[in-house]
Design a protein around this ligand. Sequence first.
Ligand code: DGY
Length: 318
Amino acid sequence: MKKKIFVTRKLLKENEEKLKNLFDVTLNKDDKIYTSQEIISGSMNYDGILSSVTDSMDADTILKLSNSIKIIANGAVGFGNIDIQAARQKEITVTNTPDVLTDATADIQILLLLGASRKVYEGRIAAETQNWKWSWDFLLGKQMSNKRLGILGMGRIGRAVAKRAKAFNMEIHYHNRSKLSSDLEDGAIYHKDLKSLFEKSDFLSINCPATPDTKNLINRETLSYLKENTVVGNAARGDVVDDDAMVEALKNGTVFAYGLDVYNGEPKIHSEYLKLKNIFLLPHLGSATKRTRWDMAFRATKNLEDFFSGKKPKDQVN
Ligand code: DGY
């Protein structure tokens, strides 16, 4: 008998077809974002869940899921939306989708740094309102080429950002929980602590996952380590940044400009971010290419397939 999978969000057609071939699935045709209560009641009599980044699977939700649920295959590399401790307690396997979105997300990270540093938001408004003329000092930004890039979190995506930044002749510095092998470092300079990385960086790329340890890691104190006029980009998670402290830094010139794709409490955006000009906002587009979304959902499907055929899923995170 086919295993029953509860799919929380509408997937691309090809992914839904594949799931239907393998499992007895309930799809979300209207793509409604389910509340925790709807996820809990939706899980009754199902064997597994294919979740998305928008599903808040906090401890309370996980602990109330049907006892029949044995796996949550999250269709994302980040799994900060899932309380891993609670999943462990309930003996639910959790998987993610690494690798397949590395390039798409690193591309967006470069776009964020460029968009912020070259005043793309203000430029777009000036062009759109036909309210501009070329002049020597019109919308002068900061050049990325030949500068120092600090990377916070040198995992797959951080390293892919570094690779791209080298095409801009940037000098790469990084901070990570541990120093990488020289192979993986590929010439990047390791900083044991955040302060030393921040003091060096002209541009800062946030690429660390959201965990209890990284929540508000960018705060009033750590922002004070930055040089004046640093450009910051965040394609990781909104939770890593204390928004009030960032707004202050954007106003006082510590941060020249901030490019971000991810938010605390998405899809809400801090109201000050919507007022400031030295900001470049995108609506969580990091993995938004068709190829990448196909691959993410196929990878989550493969994790379900492996799990139910008795193998350890490749991407198990707990
Ligand atoms: C991820 O996979 O974590 C992305 O943020 C989803 O878009």
